[in-house]
Design a binder for this molecule. Structure first.
Ligand SMILES: NC(=O)c1ccc[n+]([C@@H]2O[C@H](COP(=O)([O-])OP(=O)(O)OC[C@H]3O[C@@H](n4cnc5c(N)ncnc54)[C@H](OP(=O)(O)O)[C@@H]3O)[C@@H](O)[C@H]2O)c1
Length: 310
């Protein structure tokens, strides 16, 4: 599999990152192991998780996803084949935010759950207005100096916040080398424009999340009768509007012309955007994952890209 350079992180990744929020949630431990096996066997390498996944699920505390990923890497002896991506800052039982002492202790807790001595890419999950960015970047640099983290990134930053972080970097302060924004065919305006231009200008890697709009862009939700197709179906209601349905119609047309599926076209559209290194998407079964993986082979024409530009 041809890999792409992930900004200046020193990492190279295949063109699809596996989302880990489902591990231990909508994919139980056995299903998660199967999805991870299928992903690695397909020649892919980067897996994205966060300390907080899946705290929102009833009875969960956070850490469930990292634990499943760590167990799988240990059981398979696969740590060196995986680019491990995780995040800090969302509310956990032990704390939240991006203060230096918390970042240090949260990183140690993540390493323990992941059963490894290093994280390849460590994200600030959300900007923290309570903490000076200089303090956060110094804490990240300490982790790099300690060998616990290889490179760091920012998630959910807007253009002004990212620019502030990049301007503050240098010397004892780490530089964000990768952005993880919310970006897909449906949700474009938070990323396109100022933020996208800044990433290109500064040479950041970009790995967008919700690449499939949590399943909507697979085309499996067409009416309220379909909402029961997943535990996450309830969240799809908001997309049943003129724009959402027009995007599904465009996905139908382009996928039909290529003998592909809607999910593959939605991912190929992101893969083809010049500023994007690789989209992040999750899967709850090997069948779903195999379908997503084939997006890496799908080449969209300029006309396809235009038809999807709604
Ligand atoms: N940085 C952040 O703040 C942030 C926020 C959210 C997510 N993320 C990251 O992004 C990743 C992806 O997000 P996500 O899982 O919420 O959304 P997503 O990737 O847009 O949607 C994935 C979901 O779509 C369904 N699906 C996938 N392939 C399918 C197929 N071939 N056919 C039918 N359905 C299919 C599956 O759910 P069902 O089987 O349940 O339908 C799957 O869990 C997360 O795992 C996480 O790593 C980051």
């Amino acid at each position: 599999m041809q890999t792409r350079k992930l900004g200046s992180s020193g990492l190279s990744i295949a063109p699809l990152v596996l989302g880990g929020n489902v591990f231990g949630w909508t994919a139980d431990r056995a299903a998660s192991f199967t999805v991870l096996d299928t992903f690695l066997d397909g020649g892919f390498n980067a897996v994205d998780t966060a300390d907080v996944y899946s705290r929102w699920a009833p009875g969960h505390q956070g850490g469930e996803s990292e634990t499943v990923l760590g167990d799988w890497m240990k059981e398979r002896g696969s740590r060196d084949k995986v680019v491990v991506i995780t995040k800090v800052g969302s509310e956990m039982p032990a704390g939240k935010g991006l203060k230096a002492a918390y970042i240090q202790s949260a990183c140690d807790a993540s390493l323990k759950r992941l059963k490894t001595d290093r994280i390849d890419l460590y994200f600030s999950h959300f900007p923290d207005k309570e903490t000076p960015i200089e303090e956060t970047l110094e804490a990240h640099q300490r982790l790099i100096d300690q060998g616990k983290v290889r490179s760091v990134g920012g998630s959910n930053y807007d253009a002004a916040g990212l620019k502030q972080a990049l301007d503050a970097a240098g010397g004892s302060r780490a530089r964000y080398t990768v952005l993880q924004p919310h970006y897909n065919l449906l949700v474009r305006d938070q990323y396109e424009g100022g933020l996208e231009n800044l990433c290109v200008k500064e040479g950041l890697g970009v790995i967008p999340y919700f690449a499939l709009a949590s399943g909507f862009l697979t085309g499996k939700y067409r009416s309220e009768a379909d909402l029961g197709k997943s535990a996450r179906g309830g969240g799809m209601k908001k997309h049943f509007n003129a724009r959402g349905l027009a995007i599904l119609a465009a996905l139908d047309a382009v996928s039909k012309a290529h003998g592909a599926t809607q999910a593959q076209v939605a991912l190929a559209w992101l893969m083809a955007r010049p500023s994007i290194t690789a989209p992040i998407a999750s899967a709850t079964s090997a069948t779903q994952l195999k379908e997503l993986a084939a997006a890496a082979e799908l080449k969209l024409s300029a006309d396809d890209m235009k038809a999807l530009d709604l």
